[in-house]
Design a protein around this ligand. Structure first.
Ligand SMILES: Cc1cc2nc3c(=O)[nH]c(=O)nc-3n(C[C@H](O)[C@H](O)[C@H](O)COP(=O)(O)OP(=O)(O)OC[C@H]3O[C@@H](n4cnc5c(N)ncnc54)[C@H](O)[C@@H]3O)c2cc1C
Length: 417
């Protein structure tokens, strides 16, 4: 959206009353072709691609709070495609390619910064794991480079390479095209673009039940009344299990807490995203200068979005081991999101036993980077009823047939962040 200097001045002098809202505040209609539950990045991207690629504009996105207020607005925004298994690698590589053109596609600056994602190794066993992953990445056509300690020292001057450390750094693998993006902007950019294509984005509208007849979905019940739709997509992350249960389904997904923290802002010193499986921590620096630190799950089921202090203490200790100078910084904020952990660590984009009801969930640590490709494949599924080639391995019934997709054993913490 472009504003002239005159309109900027007019708005500044009139109490900002003349800005055009980025998307309409739509009221629910009685019926839609497709209803999407969940206004996070995945739900909004699905709506956008449904309208743009498949010409289906009678779509509503129902969000119980505000768009982007779930994990989309709570994550540490790391984007990468450094997977081992071909199904995951090709899916996340497609996502990365979409990220590379997304600001232009949406005409919205999502601040995508391809600063590179470095995974450190601290032991010969970890080096083996990461070298194997590096080889597989190259075979899958993904960019990757092995880094010696000398290269690391030049690239990350503040990183501790102390040989006497508890877990001395031996080297790393970088995916140079990996990076970060501004999470809110991703939600807002997709919302605005979907709205322009006729999609209704309805906030403060919680789905409380499903209307199902003869094994097929007929609509949803919401806090703002019933809405009819022959196709419904669930994109509710950590609420997948509770919502699916309302449709009579039991999913192979557990809800867990994942925390992150930021320090006070400092001058730029950390030009890459750095992750350590041994220390179970990852660190980057935001555009504002805050040091952003994340780690593993808290380890117990919860919907609280808060998290426990021992986890914070552990991840801070790990970060300070990598970057000793950050010990002196003050912690500004801590938060948690409710994570949809699938039983094999890979996502689900799938039809369900209820006709017309489709599921997008099980994103674990990695759903933000998946956003464009998840929306792309989910839109294909909702529009055609058929699975997109890129999402073929992510069917729900793999847990019944045993075709599970686990990256475990392919290097330390392969799904961390
Ligand atoms: C601390 C943290 C760090 C992370 N770091 C990374 C990272 O670096 N890189 C990465 O790729 N991923 C990361 N993730 C994971 C990532 O955030 C998620 O996988 C991704 O954002 C999921 O997007 P989504 O749109 O599916 O979910 P969400 O953004 O959570 O959207 C789901 C929406 O559904 C709504 N909803 C739920 N129930 C209902 C209902 N009954 N009716 C209507 N609406 C409902 C919720 O309010 C929510 O807004 C991280 C997550 C956390 C918590």
């Amino acid at each position: 959206m472009r504003y002239s200097l005159l309109s900027l001045v007019r708005n500044a002098l009139s109490g900002h009353r003349h800005w055009r809202p980025a998307w309409r505040d739509a009221a629910p209609k009685p019926a839609y072709d497709v209803v999407i539950v969940g206004g996070g990045g995945h739900g909004l991207a699905t709506a956008y691609y449904l309208a743009r690629l498949h010409g289906i504009g009678r779509v509503a996105v129902l969000e119980k709070g505000w768009i982007g207020g779930g994990n989309t607005g709570r994550n540490t925004t790391i984007i990468r495609s450094n997977y081992f298994l071909p199904a995951n690698a090709h899916f996340y590589e497609h996502a990365l390619k979409l990220w590379e053109g997304l600001s232009r596609e949406l005409n919205y600056n999502i601040m995508f910064s391809q600063r590179g994602v470095v995974n450190l190794f601290h032991s010969p066993a970890e080096r083996e794991g990461w070298t194997r992953r590096y080889n597989m990445m190259r075979l899958n056509g993904t960019d990757a480079e092995v880094l010696t300690r000398e290269r690391l020292a030049a690239m990350l001057p503040e990183l501790s390479l102390d040989p006497g450390a508890r877990y001395p750094v031996l080297g790393g693998v970088i995916q140079p095209r990996g990076g970060v993006a501004r999470h809110d902007a991703v939600a807002w950019g997709y919302a605005r673009a979907a709205d322009r294509l006729g999609v209704d984005i309805i906030q403060n509208c919680e789905v409380t039940g499903f209307e199902i007849g003869n094994g097929r979905i007929a609509g949803v019940e919401t806090t703002r009344g019933a809405i009819r739709a022959g196709r419904v997509g669930l994109c509710v992350a950590g609420h997948s299990g509770t919502l699916a249960r309302l449709a009579g389904l039991r999913l192979p997904i557990e809800t867990h807490l994942l925390q992150a923290v930021v320090t006070e802002p400092v001058k730029p010193f950390l030009s890459r995203v750095v992750s350590s499986g041994a220390l179970r921590v990852y660190v980057s620096q935001t555009a504002k200068g805050e040091v952003l630190i994340g780690g593993p799950l808290d380890g117990y089921n919860s919907y609280s979005q808060r998290g426990a202090w021992p986890t914070v203490e552990r991840i801070l200790a790990g970060a300070a081991e990598l970057y000793p100078r950050i010990r002196r910084l003050r912690l500004m904020r801590q938060w948690a999101g409710v994570m949809d952990m699938s039983m094999d660590g890979s996502p689900i984009i799938s039809a369900t036993p209820v006709g017309g009801l489709f599921l997008n969930g099980g994103w674990c640590y990695g759903g933000f980077k998946a956003t464009p490709a998840a929306g792309w494949c989910m839109a294909h599924l909702l529009a055609t009823g058929a699975t997109h080639d890129l999402g073929r391995a992510f069917a729900l019934d793999r847990f019944r047939t045993g075709h599970i997709l686990t990256e475990r054993g392919e290097g330390p913490q392969p799904h961390l962040h």
